[in-house]
Design a protein around this ligand. Structure first.
Ligand SMILES: Cc1cc2nc3c(=O)[nH]c(=O)nc-3n(C[C@H](O)[C@H](O)[C@H](O)COP(=O)(O)OP(=O)(O)OC[C@H]3O[C@@H](n4cnc5c(N)ncnc54)[C@H](O)[C@@H]3O)c2cc1C
Ligand SMILES: NC(=O)C1=CN([C@@H]2O[C@H](COP(=O)(O)OP(=O)(O)OC[C@H]3O[C@@H](n4cnc5c(N)ncnc54)[C@H](OP(=O)(O)O)[C@@H]3O)[C@@H](O)[C@H]2O)C=CC1
Ligand SMILES: CC(C)=CCC[C@@H](C)[C@H]1CC[C@@]2(C)C3=C(CC[C@]12C)[C@@]1(C)CC[C@H](O)C(C)(C)[C@@H]1CC3
Length: 537
C-alpha cells in the first residue's frame, strides 16, 4: 500500500518535472486534431446551416421551448441554463449544467452591419474571431474587442469584457446598444439604455444568464486603419510606471488626448513596459518597421516586449490583425507554465505553429484531479480595481502570489447612478475630475505562484480570499469567469444586488434561472480540496 502511494507520487513528480515534454508530445498533437475537427464542424455549419434570414424562426423555436418549460408544474421544473457544453466556455469553473434544464441557443450568425449607426447586430454565439474576421476587411472592429478569439459575443455580454481600448469607452457592456432577450415566460423583448426595459439593460451585464436568454445583440463598432503604430516605453520604478499609466489613460484629466490602445506589462515590482498604440498608416520609407508578430516563428509577445527593458524605448508598425491577436500564441503567459521551453527559437521554428493549444481542448480534457490541482496550484484572475491604487494592487499581488508578469489594462467605470446595476458608482476619490466615470484597471494575474514553483506550502484559498477582501475594500470586482471564494454574504457586500434582485422578481427569474452567486461559485468544496493540495507533491 505504502509503496503504491510512493510510486504514484513518484510518477506524479516525474510528470510535473517533464510536463513540457508531455504537453509537446501528447497535448499539442491532440489539440491540433481537436482543432481540425472543430474547424471542419464549423465549416459544415457555415456551409449548410448558416442562415441569418432564419433568425426570427430560430428565436421562435427558443421561445416555444421556454414557454413549454413554464407550463410545467412548478415542482417538476429544474432551473434553466443554456445547453452550451461547459468545456466550450472560457470560465475556469465547471457549473453543473446537468442539474439544470438546458435550452439550446443555436444562434451563430452575424445578422447585419449598420455603418450609418456604427453598429453590428449579431447572434450571441458569434465568436470574437468570427466577428473580427468579418469586420476588419470592411474597415471596422468592435469597440471592445478582446484578444481571446474563442470568446463569444453573447458570453461576454452576460459576463464582462474589456480590452486595451476600454480607457476610451469602458467595459464591453458600455458598447452594447441593445439586447434581445427571451424572458422566463417565453416573451421576446428588446432592451436598450432608455426604453421601458432600462432596468434590465443595467443588470444584464455580470448576470451570467440568470435573467433570461440572449438571442441577439447590437454592438458599437469603430473605424480602423490597417496598422497600429506601437510605442514600447520601458519604465523603471513602480511609482513612475503607475503615474505614467494614470497620465496616459486620462485618469488625471478628462480632456487629455489618449492613445487608441494602452496596456502595461509589469515584469517585476520595479520594471514595466508601457505600450501605446495608435491607428496609423505606414509612412513611405518605414516599411522595414512593420512587424507581423503573430507569425509562428516570432518570439512570444510578452517575451519580445520584455527586451525593451534593456533595448530602450522604440516603436514599430503592427498590422491590426496581428495587434488584436498579439497575446494569442502564448495565451498571454499561460503557455509557459505548460511548455517552459516553448519560446526557444528552435522550438518555435519547428513547432511554433502548434501553438496555442485550444482553450476548449484544455477544458475538454480537464479531469477532476487536474481541475483540483490547477485551482490550488495556479492563479487565473482578472480583477477590476481603481487605478488610483495601482501601487497597492501590485504590492498585494506580490505579497499573495509573487507571480510575474502582471497585466494592466486601464478601463473607465461609469457612474450610472446608485443601485442601477451590479457595479456600484465609483467612489468620489476614484472619479476622473469633472467626468461621469472613474478610471479603473484590469489586473491580470495568470500563472504559478512563487511558493508553488519553489515547492513550498501554498494555501490558494487563503491567498484568494485575502485578494477578494482587498478587492472589496478598495471598491473593485473580480471577473466572474474565474474562481471566486466568497460566501453569499461577502459576495453581496462586494456587488450591489439591489437592482438585480428587483429585476429577478419583476421578470420572474426567481425559480426559472439560478441565482448569480450559485451560478458562479466553484462547483467543488474549495476548502476541502484546498487543504488536500496545500503541501507540495
Ligand atoms: C452558422 C454557424 C453555426 C454553428 N453552430 C455551432 C453549433 O451548433 N455548436 C458549436 O459548438 N459550434 C457551432 N459553430 C461554430 C462556432 O461558432 C465556432 O466554434 C466558433 O465560431 C469558432 O470561431 P472561429 O472558427 O470563427 O474562430 P477562429 O478560427 O479562431 O477565427 C476565424 C478567423 O478569424 C481570425 N481571427 C480570430 N480572432 C481574431 C482576432 N481577434 N483578430 C483578428 N483576426 C482574428 C482567425 O485568424 C481566423 O482566420 C457554428 C458556426 C456557424 C458559423
Ligand atoms: N478580456 C475579457 O474581457 C475576457 C473575458 N472573459 C470572460 O469569459 C466569458 C465569455 O466566455 P464565453 O465562453 O464566450 O461565454 P460563457 O459560455 O462562459 O458564458 C458566460 C456566461 O454568460 C451566459 N450566457 C452565454 N450565452 C448566453 C445566452 N445566449 N443567454 C443567456 N446567457 C448566456 C452563460 O450562461 P450558461 O452557463 O447558461 O451558458 C455564462 O454564465 C465571460 O464571462 C467573460 O467575462 C474571459 C476572458 C477574457
Ligand atoms: C481581460 C483579459 C486580458 C483577459 C484574458 C483572460 C485569459 C488570460 C484567461 C481567460 C480564460 C482563461 C482563464 C482560461 C485559462 C487560462 C487563462 C485564460 C485564457 C485556462 C486555459 C488555463 C488552464 C485551465 O486548466 C483551464 C483549461 C480551465 C483554463 C480555461 C480558461
Amino acid at each position: 500500500m505504502g509503496s503504491e502511494v510512493g510510486l504514484k507520487q513518484r510518477i506524479a513528480r516525474w510528470m510535473e518535472d517533464h510536463r513540457g515534454l508531455i504537453v509537446v508530445l501528447i497535448v499539442l498533437p491532440l489539440s491540433l486534431i481537436f482543432d481540425a475537427l472543430m474547424q471542419f464542424r464549423h465549416w459544415v455549419f457555415r456551409k449548410f446551416i448558416s442562415a441569418p434570414e432564419k433568425h426570427d424562426e430560430r428565436v421562435r423555436a427558443i421561445q416555444k421551448k421556454v414557454r413549454k418549460w413554464s407550463e410545467q408544474p412548478q415542482k417538476d421544473r429544474k432551473m434553466m441554463c443554456t445547453a452550451r457544453p461547459n468545456w466550450q466556455s472560457l470560465s475556469t469553473t465547471f457549473f453543473r449544467k446537468d442539474l439544470c434544464h438546458k435550452i439550446a441557443i443555436p444562434l451563430y450568425d452575424i445578422l447585419e452591419l449598420k455603418p450609418s449607426h456604427m453598429s453590428i447586430r449579431v447572434e450571441p454565439m458569434v465568436s470574437v474571431g468570427q466577428a473580427t474576421a468579418f469586420l476588419v476587411p470592411r474597415g471596422y472592429t468592435l469597440a471592445v474587442c478582446l484578444e481571446v478569439a474563442e470568446a463569444t459575443l453573447g458570453g461576454l455580454a452576460m459576463g464582462v469584457g474589456m480590452t486595451t481600448y476600454s480607457h476610451k469607452v469602458g467595459l464591453y457592456q458600455e458598447s452594447i446598444i441593445a439586447y434581445e432577450m427571451v424572458l422566463s415566460d417565453g416573451s421576446l423583448v428588446r432592451v436598450t439604455r432608455d426604453n421601458e426595459y432600462s432596468d434590465l439593460y443595467h443588470t444584464l451585464p455580470w448576470s451570467h444568464g440568470t435573467l433570461g436568454f440572449l438571442v441577439a445583440l447590437e454592438l458599437q463598432i469603430i473605424k480602423i486603419k490597417p496598422h497600429i503604430k506601437m510605442e514600447y516605453i520601458p519604465v523603471k520604478g513602480k511609482k513612475n510606471y503607475c503615474n505614467m499609466m494614470r497620465e496616459l489613460s486620462g485618469a488625471l484629466d478628462k480632456d487629455k488626448a489618449t492613445p487608441d490602445y494602452l496596456e502595461a506589462t509589469i515584469y517585476n515590482k520595479e520594471e514595466a513596459v508601457i505600450m501605446v498604440g495608435n491607428f496609423s498608416d505606414v509612412p513611405p520609407g518605414e516599411e522595414n518597421k512593420i512587424n507581423h508578430l503573430t507569425r509562428w516563428y516570432k518570439p512570444w509577445f510578452y517575451k519580445y516586449v520584455e527586451r525593451f527593458l534593456k533595448k530602450g524605448r522604440d516603436y514599430e508598425y503592427i498590422p491590426l490583425g496581428d495587434y488584436l491577436l498579439r497575446h494569442n500564441r502564448a495565451i498571454f503567459w499561460v503557455v509557459e507554465t505548460m511548455i517552459p521551453f516553448g519560446n526557444n527559437a528552435l522550438f518555435r521554428f519547428f513547432f511554433g505553429w502548434l501553438l496555442p493549444p485550444k482553450i476548449a481542448f484544455l477544458k475538454f480534457t480537464t479531469t477532476p484531479g487536474v481541475r483540483a490541482m490547477t485551482f490550488t496550484k495556479q492563479v487565473f484572475q482578472d480583477i477590476v480595481l481603481p487605478m488610483n491604487q495601482l501601487e497597492d494592487q501590485i504590492d498585494k499581488s506580490e505579497e499573495l502570489f509573487d507571480l510575474y508578469p502582471v497585466l494592466v489594462y486601464p478601463c473607465r467605470i461609469y457612474d450610472h447612478g446608485p443601485h442601477r446595476g451590479q457595479l456600484r458608482p465609483p467612489r468620489k476619490d476614484q472619479m476622473v475630475p469633472g467626468a461621469n466615470y472613474g478610471m479603473f484597471n484590469d489586473l491580470g494575474v495568470y500563472g504559478v505562484p512563487r511558493p508553488v514553483l519553489e515547492k513550498k506550502r501554498f494555501d490558494a484559498v487563503d491567498a484568494m480570499r485575502k485578494m477578494e477582501r482587498f478587492t472589496q475594500e478598495v471598491g473593485g470586482y473580480p471577473f466572474l469567469y474565474a474562481d471566486t471564494f466568497m460566501t453569499r454574504e461577502e459576495f453581496e457586500k462586494m456587488f450591489d444586488l439591489t437592482a438585480y434582485e428587483q429585476v429577478r422578481a419583476k421578470y420572474n427569474a426567481n425559480g426559472a434561472f439560478p441565482h448569480l452567486h450559485d451560478k458562479i461559485k466553484p462547483e467543488i468544496d474549495v476548502v476541502e480540496v484546498g487543504k488536500q493540495y496545500m503541501d507540495p507533491l
